[in-house]
Write a protein that binds this ligand. Structure first.
Ligand SMILES: Cc1cc2nc3c(=O)[nH]c(=O)nc-3n(C[C@H](O)[C@H](O)[C@H](O)COP(=O)(O)OP(=O)(O)OC[C@H]3O[C@@H](n4cnc5c(N)ncnc54)[C@H](O)[C@@H]3O)c2cc1C
Length: 430
């Protein structure tokens, strides 16, 4: 077997079931990632799918993956172009017999997979598996179609009936000597990272890649014991310590949720197990829940009425959108968060809930426009978490209470001295 592994948002070697299988069964293994430049440019509607911060994080993650795979003697070829065109050519050039890739459940990705298969002029074998879950669909205690609408019901069933598999170790190096093909385009793109600078005020000053992700887990757990006070700090908005900051590595798969879970359990055994350590698991279950909401409901995630198929305000005021996006609304708490997002690609969970509720409920605008802006800007953009949380906050998703956030009240509670607002609004005060 001449195996080829197509990396997407599973950019790691630790806990990678498909890599494991390929290393075990194949005589040669090569890997590739398809970097589609159109995702980083404005489309016909002027929207950029992947903005500058996630682009930088992604490139750092790919360079790190290249190093990880080199240690296993596996070349990672990074191809610049459209997958449906580039992948069949690569497979044919290499003479691969087997393609390994992560199973996806959203239309865009599935259409790409389909086009890759259709454009291939030779017969090969396909191997795919789900690679983003703590508990895979076959381990669930119910059918995906029976997923409860309310998170608490889901969480209780998982906690009672499921156990979480241990992560797979990094496979052993294989006996082969194949050089990585480096194209001129990729060389140029990978150097662009240096020109994207971090704002010194950012709450997320970290690099992309598994190594940086594992360093962050070690620091948050073992060096600082921050995890033991997570429940008290998690509503914070300033600095690196108030929450785990694991989401960008989880989103592009450079660290798996099972790896985090295993390290959390280890910490509980060796240091302390309390309400805060449990709460990190609780939050990982939110991520899991939204993945299943996406798997169950597919394209309803992107419809105005959401999974509830509900009538919803669909304001399309472009002037209001620009004000919200640039942090020029009449509310300074909202503005500070939106400035933070546009300058860093990061925003706390508290901030996200407030600005989303403000856009969709207070201003009565089409929530999907806000979600698409988040998609472009967030370092940790994840299709299910983003669109699921937006539906939830906009009243067309899984929130049984359909709350509306009062940003003035929220500012009094979470930024009583205005420190966060001053941090981000300073320049507009002068
Ligand atoms: C409107 C809106 C959009 C969002 N978009 C995204 C997104 O694109 N990608 C994303 O990863 N998260 C998204 N979230 C969820 C949440 O805000 C982030 O996961 C969290 O702020 C990331 O910071 P952290 O890693 O420090 O989280 P922590 O508070 O430390 O939580 C630990 C982990 O639990 C998971 N988690 C926590 N809260 C949630 C949640 N509400 N939903 C899903 N997973 C959660 C994340 O994987 C996170 O890394 C969104 C929330 C809202 C309200």
């Amino acid at each position: 077997m001449k195996a080829i592994i197509w990396f997407t948002n599973n950019l790691r070697t630790l806990d990678h079931p498909l890599l494991h299988k390929a290393c075990k069964e194949a005589t040669t293994v090569e890997a590739f990632y398809c970097y589609d430049p159109s995702l980083f440019e404005e489309d016909l509607k002027g929207v950029v799918k992947i903005g500058p911060y996630r682009k930088k994080f992604l490139i750092e993650s790919l360079l790190d993956l290249q190093e990880q795979l080199e240690r296993l003697h596996i070349p990672l070829h990074i191809i610049v172009g459209k997958p449906e065109k580039e992948i069949p050519t690569l497979i044919e050039n290499i003479g691969a017999t087997d393609l390994f890739y992560q199973k996806n459940w959203h239309d865009e990705e599935r259409q790409t997979e389909k086009a890759v298969r259709q454009n291939l002029n030779k017969q090969i074998s396909y191997h795919s598996a789900y690679d983003q879950f703590l508990i895979t669909p076959s381990e669930l205690p119910f059918e995906v179609s029976e997923l409860p609408r309310v998170f608490t019901v889901f969480r209780k069933q998982i906690e009672k009936q499921c156990s979480i598999a241990a992560p797979l170790p990094i496979p052993k190096a294989i006996d082969q000597n194949i050089k990585t093909k480096v194209s001129k385009e990729w060389e140029t793109i990978s150097k662009e990272v240096a020109s994207i600078k971090n704002d010194p005020r950012t709450a997320f000053p970290f690099k992309g890649g598994s190594q940086a992700g594992l360093d962050r887990i070690n620091s948050y757990f073992w060096d600082t014991d921050q995890v033991a006070v997570y429940k008290k700090t998690r509503n914070g908005m300033i600095g690196t310590s108030y929450s785990t900051k694991f989401s960008p590595w989880l989103a592009n798969g450079s660290v798996s949720a099972r790896t985090i879970y295993q390290m959390l359990k280890q910490y509980e055994i060796e240091r302390t197990s309390n309400e805060s350590t449990y709460w990190v698991f609780f939050e990982l279950l939110w991520r899991e829940f939204f993945k299943y909401v996406g798997l169950k409901h597919g394209n309803l995630l992107f419809k105005s009425g959401g999974i509830l198929k509900k009538e919803f305000a669909q304001g399309q005021d472009t002037n209001l959108f620009l004000k919200w996006k640039e942090g020029n609304t009449s509310n300074s708490f909202i503005n500070a968060h939106m400035k933070e997002l546009s300058k860093t690609g990061w925003m706390s969970n508290r901030g996200r809930q407030n600005v989303a509720s403000y856009w969709s409920k207070t201003l009565g605008q089409d929530w999907r426009r806000g979600a698409a802006y988040f998609e472009s800007m967030l370092l940790d953009y994840d299709v299910d978490s983003n669109w699921g949380n937006w539906m939830y906050t906009s009243g067309v998703g899984n929130d049984p209470r359909d709350r509306i956030f009062d940003p003035n009240r929220q500012a009094k509670m979470y930024d009583p001295n205005g420190t966060f607002q001053k941090k981000w609004l300073q320049e507009s005060l002068f």
